[in-house]
Design a protein around this ligand. Structure first.
Ligand SMILES: [Zn+2]
Length: 425
């Protein structure tokens, strides 16, 4: 049980100005003319940010090291006999012309929290570390979670995927050019992480709409993605009567509309999306002979996902049959929902209640590094609100007060498990 407030009003005010400054500072690495931030994995901007963060961690009194895939750690050594580490942090890479907060906030919050704890309480019982993960977004190479994936064993530097960026540069070559992957640093794989917590901006508008300070994530949603191919007959738009057409585009539209209707009926945070549509031959005076479109379905409940997807398959088939169209549905992603660690969430709830922060339990509709950590250690993910839910954009913004409330929560959480002996199992 969290019993008292460690962080005073004046401490919180200082944290608020510190995080505001730190966000601006870090956004200078990779700042682009649009006002956004571009730090693609192993790029010059990415490397300068990691090096600057290393100095910043050192100046905050942390022991600093890189691992061999480019993750950066700042460590506050524990006094206890346990060799384990409690880890917090997020990713340093961005999408092209992304915002200042996505990823960056979780790293900077971790540094501020660890410095606060060290300055006020000295060495913890359990070692605490903040990590600046090298890659999460998948915005340079066609893979995601390269940083947390190497720590948790999803990826390995012994088998670097044979993939290239848009300019034809291989992942391995990019890594070597940035100074990693040569065995200079320690192996990224870790077996000593006792727990992980990530602070992140919500990237949605639920918290803001409900005027809440903290979102405690129960599940990172499961995702399924499909490519749907509808084939009919391309024909003359002027001479083919309506009743004999096999119009692939009209059929696809009926399917997409049904998909949206059905998703609305599910309610809650359930979502289904068609975001990509290819029409052939895509001409104004020809009935479409073939259409391919995507379906992206997300929910926190595996059974709901399963039922919904079965149902839309049946419904699409019915529409195709009634229009004499040929239908092909290919599933190319099926990731189950990932539950976060309930006892960690209870601690977050206790902290919010102690500080009178308005909070809610919620699901994350976006993927996060936390889902990789949850596969190997208990994990928590907490959100703070961001303006209008806008993210992956130069317009991304969170007010410093919200950022500070998140950091206060993180400090208390790390104190509970790192100093007070909160049960980590
Ligand atoms: Zn992120």
């Amino acid at each position: 049980m969290v019993t008292s407030q460690l962080v005073s009003k004046s401490d919180r005010d200082r944290i608020m100005s510190d995080i505001g400054e730190a966000i601006e500072w870090l956004s200078g690495f990779g700042a682009d003319p649009s006002g956004g931030v571009t730090r693609l994995l192993y790029s010059k901007e990415w490397l300068s940010a990691q090096k600057a963060l290393a100095q910043h961690m050192e100046a905050s009194g942390l022991h600093v090291c890189f691992d061999d895939c480019g993750n950066l750690y700042g460590r506050l050594e524990g006094e206890g006999i346990s060799a384990g580490t409690l880890l917090t942090g997020s990713h340093v890479d961005t999408v092209k012309s992304g915002g200042k907060y996505d990823g960056a906030y979780g790293i900077l919050a971790g540094i501020i929290a660890l410095k606060y704890l060290r300055d006020n309480y000295g060495a913890p019982k359990v070692s605490l570390e903040v990590v600046s993960l090298c890659e999460e977004e998948g915005s340079r190479f066609p893979l995601t979670y390269w940083g947390s994936g190497n720590i948790t064993g999803k990826y390995s530097l012994e088998r670097v995927p044979d993939i290239r960026d848009r300019d034809g540069v291989e992942l391995e070559q990019a890594m070597l050019s940035a100074g990693f992957g040569k065995g200079t640093y320690r192996s990224p794989r870790r077996h000593d992480v006792l727990g992980f917590i990530e602070l992140h901006i919500e990237q949605g508008s639920l918290l803001e709409r409900e005027s809440r300070s903290i979102g405690i994530v129960n599940h990172i949603v499961g995702q399924r993605r499909y490519t749907v191919k509808v084939s009919g007959t391309a024909n003359h738009a002027g001479t083919t009567p309506m009743d004999v057409r096999k119009d692939a585009l009209a059929g696809a539209c009926a399917m997409i509309q049904k998909l949206e209707e059905a998703a609305r009926l599910e309610g809650g945070q359930f979502v289904a999306t068609t975001g990509l549509l290819n029409v052939s031959p895509n001409l104004p005076n020809v009935i479409a002979g073939e259409v391919a479109f995507t379906v992206d379905v997300r929910d926190a409940n595996a059974d709901t996902l399963e039922r919904f997807c079965r149902e839309f398959h049946r419904c699409f088939k019915e529409i195709a049959d009634s229009r004499e169209l040929h239908l092909q549905i290919q599933e190319w992603m099926n990731e189950p929902p990932v539950p976060m660690h309930a006892p960690f969430n209870e601690t977050l709830r206790n902290i919010c209640e102690e500080y009178n922060y308005s909070y809610r339990f919620m699901n994350s509709g976006a993927g996060h590094d936390s889902q990789l950590f949850q596969a190997v250690c208990p994990t928590a993910l907490a959100f703070v609100p961001n303006k209008d839910g806008v993210s992956h954009s130069p317009l991304e913004f969170s007010d410093p007060g919200s950022l500070a409330d998140g950091i206060v929560t993180l400090i208390e959480w790390l104190y509970f498990y790192g100093y007070k002996g909160g049960e980590l199992a």
